[in-house]
Write a protein that binds this ligand. Structure first.
Ligand SMILES: NC(=O)c1ccc[n+]([C@@H]2O[C@H](COP(=O)([O-])OP(=O)(O)OC[C@H]3O[C@@H](n4cnc5c(N)ncnc54)[C@H](O)[C@@H]3O)[C@@H](O)[C@H]2O)c1
Ligand SMILES: [Zn+2]
Ligand SMILES: [Zn+2]
Length: 367
């Protein structure tokens, strides 16, 4: 079958929307017709070669669609089912899935290679095997993906908003709720309020933060952050630090959550923490040059905690239904996060709108 997809052929080249050949699903796989795909910043890092997957690669690791075909042995998913695709798979059998850490599932080793779990590829361009970001490739009209990367959702849910449950929402919400373990009454700083960060703001609010200080240079992002849980906002980290000092009588924040891959931002977040505070690192960037520069002796002496956050430390089979319940109850806002929709052919425009600060989350809509 043919499918139109946005591909990176070599790092640094623009997205190229081309027709690919798509193989049918093998055992344990399903074919999804995507309805919506979110424009996460991570795909751009891959296009630019800052994060280095195998190329060529169909972009997109956040999406929702409808099952069109199922491979041998697939249970629990049928043709016609609406699904959300998670960028972290959950095989259910490996050590990490068994530990309740499915965000670290061993099958995730293929996320950057883009092959399916059996090591082969379903997308082809002439003789070239084309990988799929996170084994998904949601920037394609159709894709063949592991069944264990999909979760069935109710038919009445709007798939445009549900698409963001594949990455931005659990990544941000979980960075506050799980990785940061935000507790009632705490003072939290969220650095970066884009697609991921705005969901950290919502997560901090739901976890009971007394104060959530949000830093982003783009004023429009701060305005929506105020509606969704920010109690104070700042356009620079220095300004946020002053606010934190004032709020805590000079002690510092309980948690700082970094949701942008900007050099120096993690260090700024760290400098705002109290003794024993937690720095949560969710933002990514250049694999070689984005490093941490922190005082080890102080970290030891002051009992500081520094934690990474992969998909917000979420177990998607549990957390996506939970997030949907919170959406239905009105606690988790999703529709408001979709700031622009684009045809697949206009993907580069969607990303320009991310860079210019116009987009909170751009979403590709398929016909
Ligand atoms: N850990 C994970 O599992 C995971 C998953 C998805 C995305 N990510 C990463 O999270 C980051 C955010 O992704 P996104 O899709 O939300 O991107 P985004 O571009 O929508 O958001 C980044 C935000 O940071 C803001 N920003 C820029 N410079 C800043 C500064 N100096 N101080 C404060 N804010 C600043 C931008 O205005 C923007 O609002 C990226 O680095 C991405 O690669 C990580
Ligand atoms: Zn993402
Ligand atoms: Zn697993």
């Amino acid at each position: 079958m043919k499918t139109k997809a946005a591909v990176v052929f070599e790092p640094g080249r623009p997205w190229e929307v081309v027709e690919l050949e798509l193989d049918p699903p093998k055992a344990g796989e399903v074919q999804v017709r995507f309805v919506a795909a979110g424009l996460c910043h991570s795909d751009e890092y891959m296009r630019l070669g800052e994060l280095r997957p195998r190329y060529p690669l169909v972009g997109g690791h956040e999406g929702a669609g409808v099952i069109e075909a199922v491979g041998e042995g697939v249970t629990g998913l049928s043709v016609g089912d609406p699904v959300v695709c998670s960028f972290r798979p959950a095989c259910g059998r490996c050590r990490f899935c068994a530990m309740g850490k499915s965000n670290l599932c061993d099958e995730g080793a293929r996320l950057f290679e883009g092959s399916l779990p059996d090591g082969t590829f379903r997308f082809h361009h002439g003789d070239l095997d084309v990988g799929a970001n996170a084994m998904l490739g949601t920037f394609s009209e159709r894709a063949v993906v592991p069944a264990f990367s999909c979760i069935k959702v109710a038919e009445d849910l709007p798939l445009t908003s549900m698409a963001m449950l594949g990455c931005a929402v659990p990544t941000g919400w979980g960075a506050a709720v799980h990785s940061g373990d935000v507790r009632p009454g705490e003072v939290v700083v969220v650095l970066g309020s884009g697609g991921v960060g705005i969901n950290a703001v919502q997560g901090a609010r739901m976890a009971g933060a007394a104060e959530t200080v949000v830093v982003d240079p783009v004023q429009d992002k701060l305005e929506i952050a105020k509606k969704l849980g920010a109690t104070r906002t700042a356009t620079t980290a220095d300004e946020a630090k002053e606010i934190v000092q004032e709020l805590t009588g000079g002690h510092g924040a309980d948690k700082a959550i970094v949701t942008a891959g900007v050099p120096g931002l993690a260090e700024s977040g760290f400098s705002m923490l109290r003794k024993g505070g937690t720095l949560v690192l969710a933002g990514m960037g250049n694999a070689d040059t984005l490093r941490l520069d922190l005082p080890v002796s102080l970290i030891a002496r002051a009992d500081m905690r520094i934690v990474g956050s992969a998909m917000g430390s979420c177990n998607f089979q549990i957390d996506i239904p939970r997030l949907i319940s919170l959406y239905r109850s009105g606690d988790l806002r999703l529709d408001e996060l979709v700031s622009g929709t684009y045809a697949l052919d206009d993907i580069s425009l969607g990303y320009e709108d991310m860079y210019s600060g116009k987009n909170l989350r751009g979403v590709i809509l398929f016909d």
